[in-house]
Design a protein around this ligand. Structure first.
Ligand code: GDP
Length: 206
């Protein structure tokens, strides 16, 4: 059989906490807290020959760069998903709870679809239903966190999601470890559902 690589994908806007979550849940050691927006490459980290972790930056406004550069980044991301969508047993969309409400409201006032919503819809169009990890809840209070959750649920048309995916919208804190056990179990479940449970052992908390 041809050598086949499976991808565990973390996607989300720069600074949402993708690298932090990858560092907590896998043996990969990514650089954390790079300058936001400085890295727009798709980073692929090798866990085994057959299982790799992928850090996909969200597209969107890039400071000091021409529109054509933004488009190039977007094209690369679209190409990646279109090419590999059948090799992605689990995809985690990481959203920064603190900034989602401010940023999204500002954008929707201007009639622009929030990037996280655009990303989510794009994944769904590619038949990928991501686990949604609403990160950095340590930075906000309970009421604000609940607001962020409700807002995101609206963006992703949560009420019409299949039941098994409704449980996959969770709040986490990569920094404090909140709900990372739940996230780990969800990722493992998705691996199992896609018959690649042999990789479950690589997803553990550290
Ligand atoms: P990425 O660009 O999506 O890979 O984000 P990083 O993992 O590099 O994180 C960006 C910044 O947010 C870093 O300074 C992290 O330490 C911080 N960060 C990540 N997760 C959390 C979290 O849950 N809570 C807090 N307070 N900070 C976080």
């Amino acid at each position: 059989m041809e050598d086949f690589t499976w991808f565990l994908v973390f996607v989300g806007r720069p600074n949402a906490g993708k690298s932090s979550l990858i560092g907590k849940l896998t043996s990969v050691k990514p650089v954390i807290g790079k300058k936001p927006g400085s890295t727009r490459r798709i980073n692929i980290y090798n866990i085994t020959k057959k299982f790799e972790v992928v850090d996909v930056p969200g597209w969107g406004k890039i400071h000091d760069r021409a529109k054509s550069y933004e488009d190039l980044v977007k094209d690369r991301i679209v190409e990646f998903f279109e090419k590999y969508k059948f090799r992605i047993p689990a995809c985690i969309l990481v959203i920064d709870a603190k900034s989602i409400i401010d940023v999204s409201k500002r954008l929707s006032k201007k009639g622009i679809i929030p990037i996280d919503q655009e990303l989510y819809n794009f994944l769904r169009e590619n038949k990928i239903i991501p686990i949604v990890a609403i990160n950095k809840i340590d930075k906000i209070g309970k009421i604000e966190a609940e607001k962020a959750v409700q807002y995101i649920k609206k963006l992703i048309d949560y009420d019409n999601l299949p039941e098994e995916y409704q449980e996959a919208v969770i709040t986490v804190s990569a920094k404090q470890g909140t709900n990372l056990g739940v996230l780990r179990d969800l990722i493992r479940k998705h691996l199992r559902n896609n018959d690649v449970e042999e990789f479950e052992r690589y997803i553990k908390l550290r």
